[in-house]
Design a protein around this ligand. Structure first.
Ligand code: SF4
Length: 93
């Protein structure tokens, strides 16, 4: 991942473990992400980075989302893009 948004990340220099994976650590990480001003950028970059990857090589909390949640978001966005692509053009009256 890259991007200047990282400089504003709420997790910079923090002590919360975003990669532990247990329930308690996950909830602590989510709380930090919930207050993060760049959570959308973080989530978007991670989804782009992981696109098409198996869940077994995804880890960590990004943008407040677990690996499984990021897969769901990725799939939902793909479906939305597909629907948008199939939408008939608007006819102006
Ligand atoms: S959304 Fe969470 S993981 Fe991403 S930069 Fe912000 S605090 Fe860090």
């Amino acid at each position: 991942m890259s991007g200047e948004w990282r400089e504003s990340a709420a997790c910079l220099g923090g002590e919360v473990d975003f990669f532990d994976g247990n329930v308690r650590a996950t909830e602590k990480a989510r709380k930090v992400c919930a207050k993060c001003p760049v959570a959308d950028d973080c989530l978007d970059d991670q989804i782009d980075y992981e696109r098409g990857s198996s869940i077994v090589i995804r880890w960590g909390i990004f943008g407040g989302a677990t690996p499984a949640e990021r897969i769901e978001i990725e799939e939902a966005r793909r479906e939305l893009d597909s629907l948008e692509a199939r939408r008939l053009p608007r006819v102006e009256s």
